[in-house]
Design a binder for this molecule. Sequence first.
Ligand SMILES: Cc1cc2nc3c(=O)[nH]c(=O)nc-3n(C[C@H](O)[C@H](O)[C@H](O)COP(=O)(O)O)c2cc1C
Length: 187
Amino acid sequence: MSDGAAHGRTADAIDGRRFRDVLGNFPTSVVAITTTDDERHPHGMVVGTFTSVSLEPPLVSFLGDRSSTTLRTIRTAGRFCANALAGNQERLSRQMAGVSSKRFEGTTWNPSPLGNPVLDGIVAWVDCTVEQSVEIGDHWLVVGRVRDMRVESPKTPLLFFRGGYGDYMSSAGQLLDSLVGWHEIGR
Ligand SMILES: Cc1cc2nc3c(=O)[nH]c(=O)nc-3n(C[C@H](O)[C@H](O)[C@H](O)COP(=O)(O)O)c2cc1C
């Protein structure tokens, strides 16, 4: 018998609060998944579930809530672009995860090769056609076939951790910062 079983920790004991609290300790990227509808109007949603899947063939994926209206538009369009948001784009992320009619208000973007919105100021984008959608639990796993991709800027990415946003900084960057700080103080 495993320790878990001995303590009666079955899946039944995992409620939504605990699920979110524990998984919030696993940091994620912040990615705006975008597409357009039949009238070429932009649609988008923020996800923390974007990941690479396969190199040969080139596949990526994200998970979308079954109730998401944007996801429905993406599956109908059969294509999407994954926009990696930059560390200084927290406001844009909040907007993109907020009221759906206002998500593109005041934003500037250009169409990707497939016609999906590539937002200004992002770190990188991956343009995909929908290869497969699999219903898993209360989400859809959407697998995208990469048709084009590009790094747009050397900016650092926006991250999400324990319910809050943050900016990535490498250990080397931190060291440099502290050295510069000491240097400034010493002047
Ligand atoms: C940091 C962050 C990560 C998110 N990750 C996901 C995700 O992986 N999948 C998802 O369906 N919604 C995710 N959401 C919620 C969506 O951005 C959005 O609020 C909602 O799903 C959109 O629903 P709609 O398409 O019906 O407007 C996330 C929100 C935030 C702020």
